[in-house]
Design a protein around this ligand. Sequence first.
Ligand SMILES: *Cc1c(COP(=O)(O)O)cnc(C)c1O
Length: 468
Amino acid sequence: MLIKDRGRAGRRGYRLPEFDVERVGLEDVIPERHLRREKPDLPEVDEPAVIRHYTNLSRKNWGIDTNFYPLGSCTMKHNPRANEEAAKIPGFATLHPLQPEEQVQGALEVMHDLQGYLSEISGLPAVSLQPAAGAHGELTSILMVARYFEEVGDESRTTVLVPSTAHGTNPATATMAGFKAKEIGLDERGCVEVEELRAAVDETTAALMITNPNTLGVYEQNIEEISEILHDAGAFLYMDGANVNAIMGRMRPAEAGVDVMHFNLHKTFSTPHGGGGPGCGAIACSEALAPFRPDPVVEKAGDAYRLARPEKSIGRIMGFHGNFGVMVRAWNYIRMHGPELKDVTDMAVLNANYVRARIREKYRIPYDTLCKHEFTAQPPKGKRALDIAKGLIDRGFHPPTIYFPLVVKEAMLIEPTETEPKETLDAFVDALLELAEADPGELEEAPERAFTRRLDETRAARQLVARW
Ligand SMILES: *Cc1c(COP(=O)(O)O)cnc(C)c1O
């Protein structure tokens, strides 16, 4: 029964406290045209009905808190609850974004520290915490590159190069920022084809957007040579660092010649994500690009922290200070690990390689070398990635990313993450090996044990039913 049909007039599940301030008529404060004239059509229900409604809804959902979730490129890992506690501290959670700087020194200190930590992790001197998502960090970075060329009066830079393994947001970013996106192919190891890149780079190139490790889970071994090719042509190297849990503490992008990059604090640094919630796509950049960072950044003057507008800022890209709660979680996460942050990387890489090595006997691994935090696999001959994915649902696992990256046919992109124990990985591998042998007819019927059977994927995305 829909919750709407459970309602009865007059039923209540809440009680509001008595007014302890002088009552003002709504008409006195809200303009006439915004006042509601009719009661909204909401179910009137008691507390148990509300609790059952939301609890039942939550049980129909899959999440990292209920099941293993090896969704490649998305880093669906456990988010330690200590970081949630930190973000909930009233001194942080109840701040108003318009409070004067002298009242929010602690919050500004957290932001200033975090800028420093991300600078340390990337090796790049300047940071902005403003972007609200990974894709937003990409756009911010490429807009900064555009402003740089505008500033130096170079009008020839019209193209941004994007390898064929890029996340879909990369070419979209290049286009939104006003550039022509041009694809660069791969070599036999799954890395950027250096000679093709060399031939494509010229005075029209503004930047290359490289993901490292790329979406095949392969480390771009030629990254230094790639950065030289770009720098020799006066162009920038941008790095998509959404999955920095594959390299942090082990490789500093600046040392490989990266000029600007983004992080997904809501992937690597402990903020639950998915479904479009608040995120932070912080960026780090070189001295040359620092003056173009969005407004504001946090600076320290003497003992005081203050908000400042970088000299040639591209302007505001986000309301107020950005998503502050995400920054607190990241600050706490980084502090909890301290210099051992590299253990996160090591475990993410170890887990991915463990799963790769175990499924290899039944699945094809197109780039079968040491991977980073994720790898691509293909189902055995005659089986489809979609069917394997649906079969995994029946066995209690969230499927990996499928049909991405586009360069691998029937791709399954598996990212176990660093927070899973060996037993979970083994159970997942056992399920995959079993599915490799399963009768194709049985697989086509899956999922049989889920809340819904197989959906028409196009219609499900366009006509979302989010009610119960
Ligand atoms: C997740 C991801 C992005 C986009 O991040 P959003 O926060 O979803 O915008 C970009 N690039 C890569 C490689 C990613 O994995």
